[in-house]
Design a protein around this ligand. Sequence first.
Ligand code: ADP
Ligand code: SF4
Length: 688
Amino acid sequence: MRDPRYDILFQPMRIGPLTARNRFYQVPHCNGGGYRDPSAVAEMRAAKAEGGWGVIFTEQTEMHHSSEITPFIELRLWEDQDIPALARMSERMKSHGALAGIQLAYSGINGPNLYTKEVPLAPTALPIRTFTNDPVTARAMDREDIRNLRRWFVNAAKRSRTAGFDLICLYGAHGFGIFQHFLSRATNQRSDEYGGSLENRARFVREVIADMRDAVGETMALTLRLSLDETIGDLGFSNAEVRDFIEMHGDLPDLWDLAQGTWEECSGPSRFKEEAAQEDLVRGIRALTSKPVVGVGRFTSPDVMVRMIRSGTLDFIGCARPSIADPFLPKKVEEGRIEDIRECIGCNICITGDMTQGMGRCTQNPTWMEEWRRGWHPERMNPKGESGNVLIVGSGPAGLEAARALSLRGYDVAIAEARDEIGGRVTRERRLPGLSAWGRVVDYRAHQLSQRPNIETYLASELDAAQILDFGFQNVCIATGARWRGDGVARQHVVPMAMDPGLAVFTPDDLMQGRLPSGRVVLFDDDHYYMGGVLAELLASKGCEVTLVTPAPYVSDWSRNTLEQHAVHVRLAGAGVRILLNRGVAALRGDGAETNCTYTDTREVIPCDAVVLVTAQAAEDALYRDLLARRTDWADAGIRSVKVIGDANAPGPIAWATFAGHRYARELDMPELGDAMPFRREVTALAR
Ligand code: ADP
Ligand code: SF4
């Protein structure tokens, strides 16, 4: 049962006219599903309700059609038609006694209105500030616009109440919400009563909250989400001004929801930010107000949470990513099962769902966003099928997740691992600069495996097809991973690159195994995710003179989707890495790398002692193909199925491997789907 030192986390807490059952507060977070997949999003929130969260919020909900953020798909509450989907959401959030919150967003200078074609409205006329630098300018709001917007907020508040929500969060954080745009001198350069002094810049939020209180305040709680620092110096809504504002308006909302600066800061990845990273920015604010304060910080440790409360820093523990990685985090604390918490690794793969308008994924929790689509519960597996045992070859993230989930289904599982430790790529990658928290992918599963009676792990056991046929397992799951290619093939080169054997060539696997180049090194990144940047950092720390060459316009281009790209560039520049963008490597010569401009093909040789190719990975599927070649022997060996999963099937990020492992475990012994879809979709109905 619960350790008494965590009791404080379970105290019921007042928020305006309401009481939250505990201090676990799921702050608004996106998920890639948005208005396109309302049932999937509702069921995702329902899992958190069951997992014990006291307060659960939607993601940002656009509250009027004159401000929207296409191509991103969050939620919409533009008219009554939008209410049923949101009512489903609130009903599922409240299904286990949580309070249901909706975050209302008016995006102002951040909304390009690519879908509605309305002219964006903002405090001051400026170009729209989006990731995609849309060629759109916002018009400055006049007094009538402000009156209209106040009315639209009231309309949205009433619709939120009709949709069954308990709380409304007004979004003024991350540079995305109109409240911040009014509060900041950078985006509010007005000379009327809404601009100038802090008192004036705060007028709009005061008016909106007063209007909404009149309309819904008796039954609903109103929270205000602000950034603790706009991070653009004194011109912006700095931490000092945030404190002044809260001191002047201590009782304005029913709760202060304080996020870090930009979204990149607030959702800082573990590579660049520790747990509780916003502590300095938030400390002391609670003394300025009588209202409760919630803050975030990728909290996964209940001890850190307790420290936040006991030190008087926070009243509520705000979590987005930790609630994604483990929707049952509060319940596990309550039941005294701390070691069962599936800790967020801070990789920000979850954010790529929003950034790509794909479907959210989580490296640690492969069931995330599949609760409705595939009926996957984050804690419970489907019943066991008719066979009894499984041999898993390979203990990387795919094999370990398959083993964990299969054992919960009731199968006897054996894992064979060629090396003398489990973990596959994660065990190697966690030793790279900044990636130690990624080791939680293995640590969590290693502990779960150690608690199960029906799993055996065999280390230093490199298996071949003959041995597997001898063993007589009914099901064989090949999760043998991948290796980095050394021939330059990826995107620039679809066939091997021309290479002079006189030049030393290294792959990421060489570096991770401790075989390092020295001297002048050219690192060619045609992979574009984290590995190139991480290895450049490693080599620079070992004294190499590193030039990173990439055909992309950004270093670690895809990490823009994990909100890391900016920090990657800053770190590499700080480490003295020379960064060459929009350049490929056409050929390797004896004296260096022959680079070429992506646009003009202009060549330039960069003299160097060694080249590191961060290009592509090739599946280690030889064992699988050997087994396929002996398919006629399977029946005699008692084998019913042989499948290949994870990187051995098709290499990708770690989240793809844990998903593949989980899917394998769910689908073993299930009827073949044939040509049918493997998951449910929500299809828009035609309007009458
Ligand atoms: P994934 O990301 O798909 O889980 P990894 O590369 O992380 O893949 O892990 C694959 C693991 O499989 C590695 O630890 C590797 O040592 C192991 N492995 C590869 N081939 C064999 C084999 N024939 N027998 C046993 N283990 C193997
Ligand atoms: Fe945490 Fe990564 Fe999962 Fe996001 S995807 S919740 S950062 S483990």
